[in-house]
Structures are given as C-alpha cells and as structure tokens.
Design a protein around this ligand. Structure first.
Ligand code: ZN
Length: 119
C-alpha cells in the first residue's frame, strides 16, 4: 500500500516533509533534517544532496547575466558597481531559490521512491 504524500508543490514552497506536509524539512538554512519531527519519515533516505544547485545555477545565472548586460548597456556604470551589485543580488537569491528547489527534489524523490532503488 502506498504511503500518503503531501503535494510536491506544497512540500516545495513551504519546505515541509514530503509525506505529512507538516514537519519542517530543514534543520537550518539548507541542511535537511534526519527525520520528520511530525511523522518520523527518514528524510536522510530522500536527501537530494547537491542536485538542486545545478538548476538554481542555470536559472539564476541566466537571469543575473541578462540583468548585468541590461544594466551595462542602459547605465554604463563603472566596473566596481557590477562588482558590488551582483554578489548582493545573486547570493540572497541563490539561497532563496535553493530552499524550495531542494525541498522539491526531496518531495519528488520521496514520491517516486528513488531511495528504494538505491539512487
Ligand atoms: Zn512528516
């Protein structure tokens, strides 16, 4: 019998347990808990590791590079403005995107039972 699962969208956006949808997924900023504090699901078995960063790098990189070109061609600021501006934009956005991206991968792995296949 299949275990009930919270919706992938809810688990991803709220950063919650993929089974019950209630327990917090992360121990701190980006580290997945060992188990769900509400339903006891072993979250280590569903940890997506560094998988989410690839998608975040590709999406955020494309957006930030496009913005950097736009700023350069419209305002032609001195180089130090780019050096200060883009890390201030990129680092918070990367962290902001990493949490739901990682939560989505954990939820998808739980739903499709990747851990049982030894992946
Ligand atoms: Zn749970």
């Amino acid at each position: 019998m299949a275990e009930p699962a919270a919706s992938v969208l809810h688990a991803a956006l709220a950063c919650r347990c993929p089974r019950c949808g209630k327990g917090a997924l992360f121990r701190n900023l980006l580290e997945v808990r060992d188990s769900c504090e509400v339903c006891g699901l072993d979250l280590r078995a569903n940890d997506a590791g560094d998988g989410a960063i690839v998608g975040v790098i590709l999406v955020l990189g494309a957006i930030v590079v496009a913005l950097a070109f736009w700023v350069e061609f419209h305002f032609a600021p001195p180089l130090w403005v780019h050096a200060v501006l883009w890390p201030l934009v990129t680092i918070p956005l990367a962290i902001l995107l990493m949490r739901p991206a990682k939560a989505a991968l954990v939820a998808l792995q739980f739903r499709h039972r990747a851990s049982e296949m030894g992946l």
